[in-house]
Design a protein around this ligand. Structure first.
Ligand SMILES: NC(=O)c1ccc[n+]([C@@H]2O[C@H](COP(=O)([O-])OP(=O)(O)OC[C@H]3O[C@@H](n4cnc5c(N)ncnc54)[C@H](OP(=O)(O)O)[C@@H]3O)[C@@H](O)[C@H]2O)c1
Length: 314
């Protein structure tokens, strides 16, 4: 199958290109840099240089590639998050999701691509428990579009991106990913979160009841491969089997890294240090369920448990 990928040089994009090439697909990638385009070519794909904000260039690149499927793994997040300036961080990412996605969609439409697969987020469900009091969210649960700012705007951006893909693509598939770990991510041993955990500046806030769902980047990539077989438009959570409370995963990861145990701070102190939005999110976030993608696409993660994945990563 001929496949056009945006975001091919990122943490998920790299394993995705390798997995697609290994399965015999023809892959065409777009990157803003000739150097990163060359790295994609070394993996066995074609690559063009271009910026997804350059609408005409992107549409032309997709049309020339004439793909059957387009995969959008775009993000624009810094290697190190400034937790006090979350709003600044999300400006670029929000733009790439709104504008980049629309430009790619138009290219896909003109090229007659049958499928459009897009990266979204599984950690932005509204944090209240559902009718059954279940903190683990299925795809039907509402997104937290009225979260404190600037998270609210980032969630609304994702909701908008998802709805244009579901409406405008021939078959639109939304992959709501858990927190990425593995090479090139914030959670990698050389990444931002690991650095903060080593320096004891990633504390457990309150009782550590915020629940995070993780996914290894190789599993994130294999879910995008599985999504190429989706028969109809759908939203899927792409997470491992074991949603994790902060009170479990932070001390575990500290131990794996050989770091001292994390500090604990009350929520009021966290609000002063990192603001209301991030504190609310970290303390109330809910995990997600992968039941739907397992049942409908047969996807299973190679690392069903983050504990095993973290251990293997380090
Ligand atoms: N669910 C999650 O937990 C989640 C989600 C997203 C990101 N993150 C974190 O964010 C960090 C970075 O993640 P990542 O690997 O996805 O990001 P990345 O390494 O910055 O990759 C982003 C991809 O998007 C492409 N891109 C961005 N803006 C573009 C533009 N204007 N035009 C064309 N291509 C563009 C980049 O291509 P070029 O640079 O080659 O042009 C690159 O391939 C990681 O630490 C990751 O853990 C986490």
């Amino acid at each position: 199958m001929r496949i056009f990928i945006a975001g091919a040089t990122g943490a998920v994009g790299r394993p995705l290109v390798s997995q697609l090439v290994a399965r015999g697909h023809d892959v065409v990638a777009i990157s803003r840099s000739e150097e990163r385009a060359a790295a994609v070519r070394a993996l066995g794909a074609e690559a063009v240089v271009g910026d997804v904000f350059d609408r005409e260039r992107v549409i032309d690149a997709v049309q020339r590639a004439a793909p059957v499927a387009v995969i959008n793994q775009l993000t624009d997040l810094p290697a190190s998050m400034d937790m006090r300036r979350l709003g600044d961080t999300y400006v670029r990412n929000n733009r790439v999701r709104r504008e980049g996605t629309r430009n790619l969609l138009e290219g896909a439409r003109r090229a007659g691509a049958r499928r459009f697969i897009v990266q979204s987020m599984a950690s932005w469900y509204r944090p209240d428990d559902g009718p059954e009091g279940d903190p683990i969210k299925s795809e039907e649960a509402p997104l937290w579009t009225d979260a404190p700012e600037p998270i609210g705007e980032a969630v609304r951006t994702v909701a908008d991106m998802e709805s244009v893909v579901l409406q405008d693509a021939s078959i639109g598939v939304v992959l709501r990913y858990g927190a990425f770990y593995g090479p090139g991510t914030w959670y990698a041993p050389d990444g931002d979160i690991a650095r903060r955990i080593r320096s004891r500046s990633f504390p457990i806030i309150g009782s550590g009841a915020g629940i995070m769902s993780f996914v290894h980047v190789n599993d994130a990539a294999s879910a995008a491969v599985a999504a190429l077989g989706a028969a109809s438009a759908a939203i899927y959570n792409v997470v491992d089997d074991e949603p994790a409370r902060a009170s479990e995963w932070v001390p575990f990861y500290a131990e794996v890294l050989g770091a001292p145990p994390p500090r604990r701070v009350p929520a009021w102190l966290a609000r002063l240090a990192i603001g209301r939005a991030l504190t609310a999110w970290l303390t109330s976030m809910r995990g997600a369920s992968n039941r739907k993608i397992a049942a409908e696409l047969g996807w299973r993660p190679a690392f069903p448990a983050w504990r095993d994945g973290f251990g293997a990563m380090v």
